[in-house]
Write a protein that binds this ligand. Sequence first.
Ligand code: C2E
Ligand code: MG
Ligand code: MG
Ligand code: MG
Length: 288
Amino acid sequence: QAKMDGRGRYAFFTPNMDEDVRQRETINRELRVALADCDSQLRLHYQPVYLLATGRVVAVEALLRWEHPENGLVTPDAFIRTAEETGHIEVLGNWVLRKAMNDARAWPDLRISVNVSPIQVRSRLFVTTVRRILQETDIAPSRLEIELTETALMSASLEVTEALHSLRELGVTCALDDFGTGYSSLSHIRDIAVDRIKIDRSFVNAVDTVPGAALVEAIVSLASANGLHLTAEGVETRAQLDFLRRVGCHEVQGYFMAQPLAAEAVTELLQGQRGSGWLHVLPATDAA
Ligand code: C2E
Ligand code: MG
Ligand code: MG
Ligand code: MG
């Protein structure tokens, strides 16, 4: 069997592609088992987000992990797409929302970011489900922020746009994730009513080059001028942190500050954070 690939050449199914299909079938089958009892195999880790102005943790992002009985901890990139293709994403996504809102009760002052798939948001029941989960867990809607990737948002159907508007009426905010990896213009972003932009880590990674730095600086000033909140993702070095502070980015997230943590570790981190926050414990730098 052969078909044309994107560049107009013939692509043949190779043993590798067979392997790929088999692997997805395996993931699909095992995911179905995991979803029958989510609490036994699924975990949420939470990565702290720091407000640069105070140096304190103001939010956490929930990141899904699958504790596979044989393969150990599996990251979402390995199974979200399969879950979307098979429709499992709805059960999965609802579990994530409920679990995150339940855990959030231990951290009264934090915003909780939850990644959602456009397929999940498109469901007729999505807004109702979010509202019900917030009521059941007694979490103020303003503490929940949902994250959709730029690519997902740009190709969003009317259902997705409408769901986002309903959520906003409820008080839930929305962030545009992985900004810079899609092809949206900031003027388009104004139309789809997001509250926050998360600058993709590939851009943060490049701030030590002249064009990279200029690009991030431009994103920061355009977003600020449009009243959008800004979080930089994937901050891994002190130099990146200092740069982001200097150009006026609002919030930072990344391995340099903190890895994704189990819920109990977040509670401990917050307890140790009395007084000034972690970022302010860092000595002032003269590099800036
Ligand atoms: P994302 O939402 O952009 O999440 C940030 C990813 O970057 C996470 O990967 C995080 O662990 C990683 N990261 C954080 N700081 C650093 C850093 O300093 N350096 C580097 N190299 N990486 C960093 P993770 O947890 O593997 O998640 C991958 C993606 O899977 C997420 O990207 C998100 O799009 C998706 N995802 C995660 N959880 C869920 C979920 O519950 N539902 C859905 N639909 N998607 C999810
Ligand atoms: Mg995200
Ligand atoms: Mg991201
Ligand atoms: Mg991502």
